[in-house]
Design a protein. Structure first.
Length: 318
C-alpha cells in the first residue's frame, strides 16, 4: 500500500474573490453558449484575469463545478490523480471512495486501469451537469510524467460522461492535450488573449466599481492605447495615476510596478536558458533565429523561441 499523500485543501477550493470585482458578462455568455463542449481552454499570458473569471463563473447560481489549482508539488501522476479525485469529491460528496481506494492500493498507478474505476464511479454518482476547472495547468508541464498525465486527460476526454465538462486554464495551450478530434466534433472551445482583453466598457466598470473613478472617453482611450486590454497595468494605472488628457499617463512608477510583477510571477519561474535568452535580446523589438543566434552566441535559438511562444510570453509571430 502506498504511503498517504497530505493534501493542501486550497488546491481544490475555489479561490476567494475580492468583494469588488466586475462581472465579465460577455465572457460568461461565451462560456455558457459553449457549455456543451467537452473541453474549453483559456490560454492567455499572466495578468489577463483567467483565475478571477473562472472563480466568479463557477459560483454563479446556475453553474455546478469542481475546482483544481495545479502546482509544481504535484510531482507525479498519482499525486495529481488524488488531487483530481479530491477536487470532484469536494463538489460531489458521494464521489471518490472507489477512486481513492484504488489510488491507495498500488505502489505504481496505471492511469489506464484507474480511468476505468474513475469513469465508473462518475457514472454512478454524478447526477447533474458539473464543470471541472483545472487552473494553472502550465505548472504541470515541468512534471517528469507529463506525457503520461496528458495521455490520461486525452483518454478521459474521449470517454467523458455527458454530465461532466472540463475547463483548463493555462498561460499557453496545454502541451500534449489533443484537440483536433474535439474541434472536428464541435466539442472544443478556446478563449485566448484577444477574447480576455479588457473592453472599453469593462475598463469603465473597473474604474467605477473598484476605484470609484469616472473616466472620460479620452482617458479610456489613453489607457487602452498603453495597456492594450491587459488587466494588470490597468489596475496599476487606476491605483496610482491621475490621468491627464493633455499630458498622458505618468508611466514611470507604473513601469517599475509591472517590472517587479513580471520578475516575480513570470521571469523568476523560467529555466536558466530562457532567462539568458530574454536578457540578451531585451533591446530587440523584433528578431529572427539567425539574429538571436548572433546576439546570444547560441547556434540554434529556434527551439528557445518556440519554447517562449508556447509559454505565451508577449511575443507574436510576424
Amino acid at each position: 500500500m502506498q504511503s498517504p499523500v497530505t493534501l493542501r485543501k486550497t488546491r481544490f477550493t475555489v479561490p476567494n474573490l475580492h468583494q469588488r470585482i466586475i462581472k465579465r458578462v460577455r465572457l460568461f455568455k461565451l462560456l455558457k453558449e459553449n457549455k456543451k463542449c467537452r473541453l474549453i481552454t483559456l490560454n492567455a499570458a499572466l495578468g489577463y484575469g483567467k483565475t478571477v473569471l473562472l472563480a466568479d463563473y463557477i459560483t454563479q447560481k446556475d453553474v455546478s463545478g469542481a475546482w483544481l489549482t495545479c502546482s509544481a508539488d504535484m510531482k507525479d501522476v498519482r499525486v495529481f490523480l488524488i488531487y483530481l479525485v479530491s477536487a470532484i469529491q469536494n463538489a460531489v460528496k458521494t464521489f471518490g471512495e472507489s477512486s481513492l481506494a484504488y489510488l491507495s492500493s498500488f505502489e505504481k498507478v496505471d492511469p489506464n486501469d484507474f480511468l476505468t474505476v474513475f469513469l465508473n464511479e462518475l457514472e454512478n454518482t454524478l447526477n447533474q451537469e458539473t464543470i471541472l476547472i483545472i487552473d494553472d495547468f502550465y505548472l504541470l508541464e515541468e512534471n517528469r510524467e507529463i506525457d503520461v498525465l496528458s495521455g490520461f486527460i486525452n483518454y478521459l476526454l474521449e470517454e467523458l460522461p455527458d454530465y461532466l465538462k472540463i475547463i483548463i486554464s493555462s498561460r499557453r495551450l496545454p502541451q500534449g492535450i489533443r484537440t483536433e478530434k474535439l474541434r472536428a466534433k464541435r466539442n472544443y472551445f478556446e478563449l485566448g488573449n484577444n477574447e480576455l482583453k479588457v473592453s472599453n466598457k469593462e475598463l469603465n466598470e473597473i474604474a467605477s466599481v473598484i476605484y470609484g473613478k469616472e473616466l472620460k472617453n479620452e482617458e479610456i482611450e489613453q489607457i487602452q492605447n498603453l495597456c492594450e486590454g491587459w488587466f494588470t497595468p490597468i489596475h496599476f494605472i487606476l491605483q496610482k495615476s491621475n490621468i491627464d488628457y493633455f499630458h498622458g499617463v505618468d508611466t514611470a512608477g507604473i513601469s517599475q510596478d509591472i517590472g517587479a510583477y513580471l520578475t516575480e510571477d513570470f521571469f523568476g519561474t523560467l529555466e536558466p536558458t530562457l532567462k539568458s535568452f530574454l536578457l540578451c535580446t531585451a533591446q530587440l523589438s523584433s528578431f529572427t533565429p539567425d539574429l538571436t543566434s548572433r546576439v546570444t552566441g547560441n547556434k540554434d535559438t529556434s527551439k528557445v523561441i518556440n519554447a517562449l511562444l508556447n509559454r505565451n510570453v508577449f511575443l507574436d509571430k510576424i
